[in-house]
Design a binder for this molecule. Structure first.
Ligand code: PMP
Length: 427
């Protein structure tokens, strides 16, 4: 039995499914999850001492690479001065000033300890601000595991949602309308019908939770226009895209100004930090200024914020995102070329430092098209690449992530491995 297998067997005794977050269990791809022991730059090592080129990067936070010396130094220095106070610190002020500077749509911001808390809080704030209860989300978008957001489409278009998890009250799910991503007409029709009842739209401006889906240009603009016309709050969930697809997030890339935004991942540099922020008029409705309650014992934790500030300091260097996007593009273009040289039906695309791999002839634009991808082919590819020492997300429905530590050597090694794997798959 390998160390990974031994740990997984032990883990399942006292941790449900052996993991503290479901996708880690390899249920979708099958097999034994890698239990990681250490990481450096673009590489991770598992309990059996095997080395992998890592395209998960803790699902996004590790944008400067693992164990970056400047980030580690900031963490060590802060930790030596106290781990948590439950009282304000100057670091949080620095973080708020920086976030507001880098994301022009935000006048004010509040820190949380996870992306889930950020989206939950943004929804409550939008409801409190508008005095309305109904929200719109899109099928296939994930916004953390808050009750109002674990909702799937009801039967037929324009019906309110059903819980996508046991334990979410149907009465609450019924307040979440689930529409089709990239369907501008359906969105416009919905607002024409019940626009005055909608508190908020929440959307991943580039979706990274049903593989990667890029927005059609008119889709995000229509959202902005409809929310303005109908007094609804537009929430961009940039937990994944923030500081990754561009320094100012997807809103900077596409030139759309949301009312509220949510962040996580990169702003904590690998430690637990989330944030939500936006227009002053809305943010001033938060306690202690206003009637919308939101709080957290560890919110703005100094060690986590220190890691985030060090990371943001590195990624705001001129040219950082251009280089990251260029590396990611080289990867996806190379994978596409290798697949086509072996006649494997495959496509791939990048947005900034995020990418999608699809066992389908062209990149999907809708949830229905994502569902057409050949999941079995992905699973074969995933395991064969893992055997080659390349760690992609263990699911056909997740985006991938590149870091600044991924250089020519890692990309070349990945493409050489993919060449062998696609050759095998073509046989
Ligand atoms: N929103 C988006 C877009 C996400 O991708 C995620 C997590 N992958 C979340 C919210 C939830 O963040 P967390 O896991 O930190 O609670």
């Amino acid at each position: 039995m390998s160390k990974n297998e031994e740990l997984f067997a032990r883990a399942q005794r006292h941790i449900p499914g052996g993991v503290n977050s479901p996708v880690r269990a390899f249920r979708s791809v099958g097999g034994t999850p890698c239990f990681f022991e250490r990481a450096l730059g673009a590489r991770v090592w598992d309990a059996d001492g095997r080395e992998y080129i890592d395209y998960v990067g803790s699902w996004g936070p590790m944008i400067v690479g693992h164990s970056h010396p400047e980030v580690l130094q900031a963490v060590y220095e802060r930790a030596a001065r106290g781990l948590s106070f439950g009282a304000p610190t100057g670091l949080e002020v620095e973080m708020a000033d920086l976030l507001v500077e880098l994301v022009p749509s935000m006048d004010m911001v509040r820190l949380t300890s996870s992306g889930t808390e950020a989206t939950m809080s943004a929804i409550r704030l939008a409801r409190g601000h508008t005095g309305r209860d109904k929200i719109i989300k899109f099928e296939g978008c994930y916004h953390g595991h808050g009750d109002s957001l674990l909702v799937k489409a009801g039967s037929g278009a324009l019906t309110f949602g059903q819980p996508s998890s046991a334990g979410v009250p149907a009465e609450l799910a019924a307040l979440t309308l689930v529409l089709d991503y990239n369907d501008t007409q359906q969105l416009a029709d919905t607002f024409a019908r019940i626009g005055h009842e909608i508190a908020a739209i929440i959307v991943e401006p580039v979706v990274g939770n049903m593989n990667l889906i890029a927005p059609r240009a008119e889709f995000l603009q229509a959202m902005r226009d409809l929310c303005t016309q109908h007094g609804a709050v537009l929430i961009f969930d940039e937990v994944m895209t923030g500081f990754r697809v561009a320094l100012g997030g997807a809103q900077a890339l596409y030139g759309i100004t949301p009312d509220l935004s949510t962040f996580g991942k990169v702003i904590g540099g690998g430690l637990p930090v989330g944030a939500f922020g936006g227009r002053r008029e809305i943010m001033e409705k938060l306690a202690p200024l206003g009637p919308v309650y939101q709080a957290g014992t560890l919110s703005g934790n100094p060690v986590a914020v220190a890691a985030g500030l060090a990371t943001l300091g590195l990624i705001r260097e001129p040219g950082f995102h251009e280089r990251l996007a260029a590396t990611t593009t080289t990867l996806v273009t190379g994978l596409g070329d290798v697949a086509s040289s072996h006649g494997v039906v495959f496509s791939a695309q990048a947005v900034g430092g995020m990418f999608g791999l699809y066992f389908r002839a062209t990149a999907p634009q809708t949830y229905a098209e994502v569902m057409e991808c050949d999941k079995e082919a992905f699973n074969r590819f995933f395991h064969a690449m893992l055997d080659e020492g390349v760690y992609f997300a263990p699911s056909a429905f997740e985006a991938g992530f590149v870091s600044a530590a991924h250089g020519a050597a890692e990309i070349e090694a990945t493409l050489a491995a993919a060449d062998r794997v696609f050759a095998q798959m073509a046989r």
